[in-house]
Design a protein around this ligand. Structure first.
Ligand code: NAD
Ligand code: ZN
Length: 355
């Protein structure tokens, strides 16, 4: 069966298009009681962006903190906070930030209309009701969270997304000016998330012409951004993220992501930097990609942390392996249907212990 996948309904792209947000939301305010909730990365608390968010009288702006990547407990607390604002639900949730903030916005928009805890929905197609109208506005590019049908959450048991057609944003607003101020290292790590999406998609067994078309374009843009340095590199990076996300939507990521999830869950290492740490040890699997990645690191003077796993307690190491192994489609995409014969627990431990 071929996947019948849900895409973002509306997309605006262009420098300064953030100014169109007010007009876009105006059509979504049916009555005097209508209100929007902006969930904005608290890194912008003292930034001029703060004054550009079109907050109307009944709207709420919540500063979200992403020092830790999104947890189900945080999603549940934010959902409750929003429910407490009014006797009715908001008319829209607008997430402004990097992948973590966009994922929080997606998850909260789902949990406002679905009962229980967000942890109950970690998995595939478990969500029953449509989400509140939700808008994604990236301030970092690379994750592809703006186009994906998942919101990645760490729960009590596992780090796993809420994968659902209802998760997909109704509207995204891609304004390259918003990513211009990101710190150099963070821009690189998040940008490499996109590069690695492409390498894993293009080298995977799930590859097809749809994924290849988007993956190749995204890879080409990543090369222009990280091996060249044109004046419009923010525009290119933003489109690379979009295309990389579209590529994996119709295929899958691979070994780097599986191992990076384990690192993230057990050691709290963030997705972008975690991918970079892992990818550097995957020359046996993605030789050309890893060589080019090292060239990009050198060019951008990036120094990865080392020896993070070497001294870790054995129960933590086992948990890392457990988390990585849950992600069966990723292993199958990377290594084929017989992946269990190739990638044993011992082999995964060996890889982790190098990091
Ligand atoms: P992030 O959202 O975690 O942010 C990283 C840091 O950059 C934070 O400190 C944040 O405050 C800061 N930041 C964000 N924008 C900034 C800006 N313009 N200027 C200065 N600082 C800024 O980073 P990310 O790499 O975009 O996202 C990673 C998250 O995305 C992880 O939680 C990961 O699990 C998730 N993810 C989701 C998907 C998906 O499809 N849903 C895909 C990949 C990754
Ligand atoms: Zn990723």
């Amino acid at each position: 069966m071929f996947r019948n996948f849900k895409m973002v309904s509306y997309v605006v792209f262009g420098r300064g298009c953030f100014n169109q947000l007010d007009g876009i939301l105006a059509k979504r305010r049916p009555s005097d009681d209508s209100f929007m909730v902006y969930m904005v990365d608290d890194v912008f608390q003292n930034d001029s962006l703060k004054n550009r968010v079109p907050v109307k009288n009944k709207d709420k702006l919540i500063w979200v903190n992403v020092d830790d990547e999104p947890k189900t407990t945080y999603v549940d607390a934010l959902t409750q906070k929003i429910k407490d604002f009014s006797y009715r639900l908001p008319d829209g949730i607008i997430g402004i930030g990097g992948g973590s903030t966009m994922d929080l916005a997606k998850a909260v928009s789902l949990m406002l209309t679905n009962s229980g805890s967000s942890a109950d929905y970690q998995g595939w197609d478990l969500v029953k009701n449509e989400a509140i109208y939700h808008v994604g506005i990236p301030t970092l590019s690379g994750t592809g969270a703006e186009v994906s049908r998942t919101t990645v959450l760490s729960g009590p048991e596992k780090k796993l997304g809420i994968n659902s057609d209802f998760t997909v944003f109704d509207q995204i607003l891609l304004d390259p000016e918003l990513i211009a101020g990101a710190p150099k290292d963070q821009r690189f790590y998040t940008g490499m998330d996109c590069y690695i999406h492409c390498v894993e998609s293009l080298n995977g067994t799930y590859l097809n012409a749809f994924s290849k078309a988007y993956g190749e374009k995204a890879l080409e843009l990543c090369r222009e951004v990280f091996l060249g340095d044109g004046p419009d590199s923010d525009d290119k990076l933003m489109m690379a993220s979009y295309c990389g996300g579209m590529s994996i939507a119709y295929s899958q990521v691979g070994i780097c992501h599986a191992l990076s999830y384990g690192l993230g869950f057990v050691l709290g290492i963030h997705h972008g930097i975690g991918n970079c740490i892992v990818f550097d040890y995957l020359e046996d699997y993605y030789s050309q990609g890893v060589r080019e990645f090292r060239e990009m690191m050198e060019r951008h003077d990036i120094h990865l942390p080392r020896n993070l796993v070497a001294g870790v307690e054995s129960d933590k190491l086992e948990k890392m392996v457990d988390v990585a192994l849950v992600l069966e489609p990723l292993w199958e995409n990377a290594l084929g249907a017989d992946w269990k014969q190739i990638m044993t627990r011992d082999k995964i431990k060996e890889l982790y212990q190098k990091m």
